[in-house]
Design a protein around this ligand. Structure first.
Ligand code: ATP
Length: 592
């Protein structure tokens, strides 16, 4: 498929206000995509790699602006691109204002004709960019990007720029793609008119009725076909592959997609709750320690180990002692869910911030290993010895875990209690031992990847903090002039983790709780995400999540959100969270 054809379809989707009509456009595109179906599905979501693969292009806004400027010609530089961006507000629209291709004479395209890009060629080049490392890598990334823009029309450039930054802004969320896969390959279109995409995406804010009025013939795919696609997605986190299997092998093919050792699944999450609620709902509750560490999913294939974070990022390298432990103790392939905790000499837990110091380290791993000792605490078993266990009850999964790692300190102790007193005793002991609190789980529940449902409840007595996205900052003054000194923090507006062009509501400015040294490292962490600057003030693309403490949440006219944090203070960077995992404005409203 020509990239120009993909861009034209994406433009149609962007212009279409109705959720069902958009889903229909996506379904038609998928039907037409032929061999490039997996790439098209990923591109629609602003992705080059499947969701489980944490490879990044490593192209920030600054490099993208430079590539666009170079392709735009002699009279344009990165500052011009940024000035246009400040006016227009969005990089795709900026890219579409230039007439590219004038630089063809500089090398690759001697013919003088625009050398049409295919979807596969764009994918190949972008993947090439992701593999560039070492000396001069910045320049080589720039050259490759320039080559792509130089071959682009205005429409192509618009979507190419957005794709590079991972945000397509065409109103196509995860739910729309899921429904479109079902519609294109499993469903005959005779379903009911309820829109599941409209309910789950929430990424456009328009109602489904809107397009039903215009195009009453478009219906949502039947629930059963959507469920089949959903299930395959949960297990694989690969929309491209799932679309291909749905087309080539139908429902039976989707049902046969299982867990694969080495390919992470989304972590099951918890809501807050009490022992009485749990016991009333389930009759009895499985209680265990809530470890204060960072989530880790262990994949052992019988020979080697891969570790993944809560966001499915590969964290194998920074945690060698967990790898060594797994390879020493496991004697068969397995996928385990658990927490990495920092411990002191005596094995007692240290605060969670200590673990995060280990997570982003790729280089001085050995030195960090001496400074912060970490250990695995496993609480679930999703796969053992070739058998998927997602649909097995919790207690059976925990038994498997015991059979794999029993006798070590790494297995959580699971107690099934049918009275709140027993739960209270377990909770007291957990807090006494320095843990964060307890988890209450439905003993009969299955493992639901990515779900924050009613089957896992967390209890922790600590003062609440919020995980907020950094959306802006101000440069410091005096000796702090080279550092960002104040950070604008915002909650997510949309509750859907599928939201791609997320909206954020500002809650306050964080300036306290940060040492000079820390300010320097935060500045370096945020610098690649600086969007544009206006004097002291910079706007920052949503990428980094801060854990923020506060005294109270006040109603306030200062911010559009209607709320402001009183005495906000920086606690930590949540390296294990992405903007989509940040707290929502709905949660802020509830806490107020
Ligand atoms: P929090 O900041 O409270 O950890 P979160 O948003 O990171 O919140 P939640 O789903 O709200 O995650 O809380 C569950 C988290 O608690 C899990 O993601 C996991 O990292 C951690 N955890 C610690 N011990 C357990 C346990 N025994 N079972 C399940 N999760 C546990």
């Amino acid at each position: 498929m020509q990239f120009a054809a993909f861009a034209a379809r994406a433009a149609e989707m962007e212009a279409e206000p109705g959720d069902l009509a958009t889903m229909d456009l996506v379904a038609t595109l998928l039907e037409d995509a032929d061999a490039e179906l997996p790439i098209v599905v990923r591109f629609l979501q602003g992705r080059v790699y499947p969701a489980w693969d944490s490879t990044t292009l490593d192209v920030g806004p600054a490099l993208l602006h430079e590539a666009i400027a170079r392709a735009a010609g002699q009279n344009v530089d990165a500052d011009d691109v940024e000035a246009t961006l400040a006016e227009v507000g969005e990089i795709g629209a900026v890219a579409a204002t230039y007439d590219f291709g004038g630089q063809r004479g500089l090398g690759a395209f001697a013919s003088g004709e625009r050398d049409a890009l295919t979807v596969s060629a764009v994918d190949d080049r972008l993947r090439e960019i992701a593999t560039i490392t070492g000396d001069g890598s910045e320049r080589r990334r720039l050259d490759t990007l320039f080559g792509l823009f130089n071959r682009s029309s205005a429409d192509e450039a618009k979507f190419l720029a957005r794709l590079v930054l991972g945000e397509m802004r065409i109103g196509v969320g995860a739910g729309t793609v899921r429904d479109a896969i079902a519609r294109a390959f499993l469903d005959d279109g005779s379903g009911d008119v309820e829109s599941t995409a409209a309910e789950t995406d929430g990424d456009r804010g328009e109602s489904a009725e809107h397009d039903e009025a215009e195009t009453p013939a478009v219906t949502a795919p039947a629930d059963a076909t959507v469920a089949a696609v959903e299930r395959a997605l949960q297990v694989s986190n690969d929309y491209g592959m799932v679309a291909g299997v749905a087309r080539d092998e139908g429902r039976a093919g989707l049902e046969a997609i299982g867990l694969e050792v080495g390919r992470p699944v989304q972590a099951m999450l918890a809501q807050t709750g009490t022992a009485t609620e749990a016991i009333d709902a389930w009759g009895a509750a499985a209680v265990e320690t809530k470890f204060d560490g960072a989530r880790v999913q262990v994949h052992y294939d019988g020979a080697s180990t891969a570790l993944f974070s809560r966001n499915m990022d590969d964290v194998t390298e920074p945690l060698p002692e967990v790898v060594e432990f797994v390879e020493r103790e496991l004697d068969r392939p397995a996928v385990l869910d658990g927490e990495v905790v920092a411990v002191d000499e005596s094995g007692a837990p240290l605060p969670f911030q200590e673990v995060l110091r280990r997570f982003r380290r790729k280089y001085d791993v050995e030195q960090m290993r001496d400074e912060v000792r970490v250990e695995l605490r496993a609480f679930d078993c999703l796969h053992a010895d070739g058998e998927d266990l997602l649909d097995a009850p919790l207690t059976a999964r925990h038994d498997r875990l015991e059979s794999l790692l029993g006798g070590t300190d790494a297995v959580s102790k699971l107690i099934v209690a049918d009275d709140p007193e027993t739960v209270a005793t377990v909770e007291e002991a957990a807090l006494e031992a320095g843990h964060e609190g307890i988890m209450l789980k439905d003993p009969t529940s299955t493992y639901d990847p990515g779900k924050r449902g009613q089957n896992w409840l967390k209890r922790k007595p600590d003062v609440e903090t919020l995980d907020l996205v950094v959306t802006g900052a101000e440069w410091g003054e005096g000796r702090r002039a080279n550092c960002l000194g104040t950070f604008l923090v915002s909650a997510r507006v949309d509750d859907s983790t599928a939201a791609e062009a997320g909206a954020y509501a500002t809650l306050g400015k964080v300036a306290t709780g940060i040492t000079d040294e820390r300010l320097e490292s935060l500045t370096e962490r945020l610098r690649p995400h600086i969007d544009h600057e206006d004097g002291q003030t910079v706007s920052i693309e949503p990428a980094v999540v801060f854990e923020v403490g506060y005294e109270e949440i006040q109603q306030s006219p200062t911010y559009q959100s209607g709320y402001a944090l009183r005495f906000p203070r920086f606690v930590e960077v949540r390296e294990d969270k992405r903007p989509a995992d940040a707290d929502t404005i709905e949660r802020v409203e509830r806490l107020q």
